[in-house]
Design a protein around this ligand. Structure first.
Ligand code: MEV
Length: 418
C-alpha cells in the first residue's frame, strides 16, 4: 500500500519533492518534465483557444499536501493556491486524522439538475401533460449524449415545480441527469435546450431559460474524521474548538470566515485538477444557508473518549472527464497524482481536504492564533524569493519575525548581511 506520510517533505529540494511524487504516482519522464518546465502548463496558443481576447497566461503555485488517508487509501494531494500556510495546515490535519484511520467519505448519486422555465401556462394541466410524457422528454434529452446512454447514465427523471412571484406563477421543469464522471455542465445545458420544443408543445407555454442549476443537491459528499484528543492538545483544546465551531454555527459573520477556510482546501484541489471553482463555491455557499440561516458547513463534536469528531457535508460537482480536466497538462498530471478512478473519488478528496483545512484553522485560532504560523511561512516564502539558500532560511526568518519586519526588502538586506 502507498504511504502518503513523507517526513520533512517541506524541507526537501524541489527535485527531491518531484521525485517523491513521481514514484508515488508513477509519473512518466515526460510528465515530470511538464511539471518542471512548463511554468504553469498552457501555451498562449491554448489560452487563446480557451477564452476570448487572450493576452497571456497567469500561473499560481502548485504544492503537495501529504499524509492524507481517505477511505483507507493514501493520497498525495496537489493544491494550487497563492496563500501561505494552507498546504502545511492540510498536511498537519491529515497527519493527526491518520492516527484514527484517516478520513471516511461517502458519495452517492452524480445527478446534475437542468432547469427549464415555462411561462404563460396553466400549471395544473401543464404538469399533468409533462408527467404523462416524461418518457418522451427523457428520450429526447438522452438523444443529446450517446456516450452517457451507452454507460446507462443520462437523463433519468423529469419533475415539475411551481415558482410564484409577486405577480405571476411560472412552471419550472427539471431534468435530473446522471452525468457520471463529468461535471456535466455542457450535457445538462444541451439536454435542456433540446427538449424546449416538446415542453412548449406539451404545456402550451413559452420557455424562457434553459440552463443547469449549480445547486448540486443530488451530488452530495460527506467527509468525517476523528482527531485524536492528545494530538489535538488535550480536553481543553478540544472544548475550545467546539466553542469556536459554535460561534460559526450561530453567527453569520464568523460562519463566512469559517467556510472560507474550508474553501481554501476545496478550491485549491479543484484548481489543481481543473474544476469549475465558481460552481463549487456557489453551491457550497447556498448549502451553508439551506436551513434558512447561513451556518458553518462543518459540524464538530466529541466522541465518548473525548476525541474531536469533524464532519463536512456539501453539494459538490467535479469531473474527471470533459472540461479542461483532460486538456490542461498540469490538471491532467494532478489528477494522475491523485490516482482517482471516478469523479466521486475526487469529490471525496476535495471534501476531506476542506475538513482538514477547517480543523487546522480552528486549532490555530484557539491556540497560538493564525498569524504566527502564517507569518512564519510568509517570511519563508519572502526569504526564498530573495534568494536565501535553504540552509540559511531559518536564521533569516527568525530575524524577520523578531524584528516584525517581514518584507522582501528586509529579506534581501539580511541575505547581504550574512
Ligand atoms: C484564512 O484564509 C482562513 C481562516 O480565516 C479561516 C478561519 O478563520 O476559520 C483562518
Amino acid at each position: 500500500m502507498k504511504d502518503s506520510s513523507i517526513p520533512n517533505f517541506f524541507e526537501k529540494s524541489r527535485k527531491d519533492r518531484l521525485n517523491i511524487v513521481k514514484d508515488f504516482a508513477d509519473l512518466s519522464k515526460e510528465e515530470l518534465e511538464i511539471l518542471e518546465n512548463s511554468c504553469g502548463g498552457i501555451s498562449f496558443d491554448n489560452a487563446d483557444k480557451m477564452i476570448e481576447n487572450a493576452i497571456g497566461t497567469f500561473s499560481l503555485p502548485l504544492g503537495i499536501a501529504t499524509n492524507f488517508r481517505i477511505n483507507d487509501k493514501d493520497y498525495l494531494v496537489p493544491m494550487v493556491i497563492e496563500e501561505p500556510s494552507v498546504i502545511a495546515a492540510a498536511s498537519k490535519a491529515a497527519k493527526i486524522a491518520k492516527i484514527k484511520g484517516g478520513f471516511k467519505v461517502d458519495t452517492g448519486e452524480s445527478y446534475g439538475i437542468g432547469q427549464i422555465q415555462v411561462l404563460n401556462v396553466d400549471i395544473k394541466s401543464a404538469v399533468k401533460n409533462i408527467n404523462e410524457s416524461s418518457k418522451k422528454i427523457l428520450d429526447l434529452a438522452n438523444s443529446q449524449s450517446t456516450t452517457l446512454q451507452k454507460m446507462g447514465k443520462g437523463a433519468k427523471e423529469v419533475s415539475c415545480r411551481e415558482v410564484k412571484t409577486d405577480s405571476i406563477s411560472m412552471l419550472i421543469v427539471e431534468l435530473l441527469i446522471d452525468v457520471g464522471d463529468a461535471m456535466g455542465a455542457n450535457v445538462t445545458n444541451s439536454m435542456c435546450e433540446a427538449v424546449v420544443p416538446l415542453i412548449e408543445k406539451l404545456t402550451g407555454g413559452k420557455v424562457l431559460l434553459r440552463i443547469l442549476s449549480n445547486y448540486y443537491t443530488r451530488r452530495m459528499v460527506k467527509a468525517t474524521a476523528v482527531f485524536d484528543k492528545e494530538r489535538v492538545g488535550g480536553d481543553e483544546t478540544v472544548d475550545n474548538i467546539l466553542l469556536a465551531y459554535q460561534f460559526a454555527a450561530n453567527d453569520v459573520y464568523r460562519a463566512v470566515t469559517h467556510n472560507k477556510g474550508i474553501m481554501n482546501g476545496i478550491i485549491a484541489v479543484a484548481n489543481a485538477t481543473g474544476q469549475d471553482n465558481r460552481a463549487i463555491e456557489a453551491a457550497a455557499n447556498a448549502y451553508a444557508a439551506h436551513s434558512g440561516k447561513y451556518r458553518s458547513l462543518t459540524e464538530w463534536s466529541k466522541d465518548e473518549q473525548g476525541n474531536l469528531v469533524g464532519k463536512l457535508e456539501l453539494p459538490l460537482s467535479v469531473g474527471i472527464v470533459g472540461g479542461i480536466t483532460q486538456v490542461h497538462p498540469i490538471a491532467k498530471i494532478c489528477t494522475k497524482i491523485l490516482g482517482v478512478s471516478s469523479a466521486n473519488e475526487l469529490a471525496g478528496i476535495l471534501t476531506a481536504t476542506g475538513l482538514a483545512q477547517n480543523f487546522s484553522a480552528l486549532h490555530a485560532l484557539v491556540t497560538e492564533g493564525i498569524q504566527k504560523g502564517h507569518m512564519g511561512l510568509h517570511a519563508r516564502n519572502l526569504a526564498a524569493a530573495a534568494g536565501v539558500k535553504p540552509h540559511q532560511i531559518d536564521e533569516i526568518v527568525k530575524k524577520m519575525i523578531h524584528e516584525n519586519n517581514i518584507s522582501l526588502v528586509r529579506a534581501k538586506e539580511l541575505l547581504n548581511e550574512i
